[in-house]
Design a protein around this ligand. Structure first.
Ligand code: SDX
Length: 445
């Protein structure tokens, strides 16, 4: 019987280390190196955590080679086509699909946490009207901690659960308020008789002076977008939430840190960046030049919405979104058919190019999502806010999973030090009059 270990031989010292190998229920095996530093004095170097498993998790499974994404074992395409976002929230939080009774109870709980404290509305006035709504989200969500002193004892499961429900319930309200604040329109309160997505559309687009009719195609499209963005294992923002939570920070601060990490164009900010990129392409003739720039190693320009750390195949969410995009543009007769055709042509050219083929660069979740959001009337600077709203359940599910892990300890990576050897302090008089170099890049080589 083969030992479930890997042997590391340090050829510099001749020492050997037996490292346990762990098997998950699916996916790559993992070599346990938690004792490596204690036993060998050596660290593992993996910038960007490439090839590194930071934790055990049972929430979401991705097979990047096969383009598979499962939430608690359920394929993303089936959930997107047959479930709804609130049921998917229950699934991600509880690990199983709810019965009718469980779903009714969960819906009732979430519906009765949609309001925010009236004092929270005042926070918006501190922002410029043209503030990016993600800046507002980071601030206002973090500020929730100031209103819930009664439930931030993270050692109590009851406090963790009510914080989870509050965050899922209040994100649409906070997000819609950030949009209303920017437009100067009055905040619209949640209507608990509406579904999760309908309520968000109502708070975004209703005005006190007339009835707002919700378009069922728009509502269904938004709900599917939320399902597709709900979780994605240990991505940058989820890992940020986990690291913040490992210090014992309250859940509102942790989710605020996740929102901040998601904002980057390499991550959740890509959906907004894709639309800006597509808007800059006024004719298909420009596409070869755009693709050439993306391939140029001397040019930092990247094809937004392409590539993925894990998917080296088609992102299954992009497949669902591309089909949905076509349908929504047709049914709504709105949106930008021309932009969609430019996107399809960009995808076709990229996918025929050896550079993209060799590097396994496929369209990811952000490549088509923006066009759907545009077609259903969501303003461009709210795209990443929608992603944050959807991902809140994933962040919270991972935070809950981590907080109930008996092996929980603070996340504290090490480094390979490349700085100065020990130096002796010298008085300023004795340092000569070297060129003033305020910043490292000014420092003479
Ligand atoms: C999301 O992690 C998640 O799960 C994230 C997410 C989620 O649901 O949480 O799926 C959501 O963030 C999707 C990704 C959205 N970002 C973008 O679309 C921005 C454009 N894509 C890239 O910046 C990039 O592909 C990343 C950030 C997504 C992945 O970066 P990696 O894994 O660090 O890969 P890399 O940058 O090392 O790229 C590998 C090679 C490089 O070339 P070489 O150095 O090997 O020569 O591929 C090239 C890159 O230059 N490359 C691209 C490219 N993406 C990678 N070249 C041109 N255009 C691109 N988009």
């Amino acid at each position: 019987m083969r030992k479930k270990t890997a042997t590391l031989i340090d050829n510099e010292t001749g020492k050997k280390y037996e490292l346990p190998i762990h098997h998950g229920t699916m996916g790559p095996r993992a070599i346990d190196v938690s004792r490596l530093y204690a036993d060998s004095g050596m660290l593992l170097l993996a910038p960007g955590f490439l090839s590194t498993a930071a934790c055990r998790s049972a929430i979401t499974y991705i097979d990047g080679g096969k383009g598979i994404l499962l939430y608690r074992g359920y394929p993303i395409k089936e959930l997107a086509e047959q479930s709804n976002y609130l049921e998917t929230c229950y699934l991600l939080l509880n690990g199983k699909l709810p019965s009718k009774k469980e779903m009714a109870a969960f819906t009732d709980i979430i519906s009765h946490h949609t309001l925010v404290h009236e004092g929270l509305k005042g926070f918006y006035n501190g922002f410029r009207r043209d503030a990016h709504p993600m800046a507002i989200m980071v601030g206002v969500v973090g500020a929730l901690a100031a209103f819930y002193h009664d439930s931030t004892d993270i050692t109590k499961a009851k406090h963790r659960i009510i914080s989870a429900h509050r965050l899922i319930a209040k994100m649409p309200t906070i997000a819609a308020f950030s949009y209303k604040y920017a437009t100067g329109q009055p905040f619209i309160y949640p209507d608990n008789s509406l579904s999760y997505s309908d309520n968000f559309l109502h708070m975004m687009f209703a005005v006190p002076c007339e009835k707002y009719e919700i378009n069922p195609v728009t509502s269904r499209a938004l709900d599917m977008v939320l399902i597709l963005h709900a979780d994605h294992e240990q991505n940058a923002s989820t890992s940020t939430v986990r690291i913040a939570g490992s210090s014992g920070a309250n859940p509102f601060a942790c989710i605020s840190s996740g929102i901040a990490a998601l904002w980057g164009p390499a991550h959740g900010g890509a959906n907004e960046a894709v639309i800006r990129m597509l808007e800059s392409i006024t004719s298909k003739k420009q596409i070869p030049k755009i693709v050439a720039r993306a391939k140029d190693p001397k040019d930092s320009y990247r094809l937004m919405g392409f590539g993925h750390r894990v998917y080296k195949n088609y992102d299954p969410r992009a497949t669902v979104l591309r089909e949905m995009c076509h349908k929504v543009l047709e049914e709504l007769g709105a949106g930008d058919q021309k932009m969609f055709e430019i996107a399809l042509e960009l995808e076709r050219i990229a996918r025929e190019d050896p550079y993209f083929l060799e590097k396994n660069l496929y369209p990811n979740v952000d490549f088509y999502s923006g066009m759907i959001l545009k077609a259903i009337g969501i303003p461009l600077n709210m795209y990443t806010v929608i992603f944050a709203m959807a991902r809140t359940v994933g962040w919270v599910a991972h935070w809950m999973e981590m907080m109930s892990d008996p092996d929980l300890r603070i996340s504290r990576p090490r480094q390979l030090f490349t700085g100065q050897l020990p130096m002796e302090y010298r008085s300023i008089e004795s340092r000569g009059d070297g060129k003033s170099c305020l910043f490292p890049e000014d420092r003479p080589e």
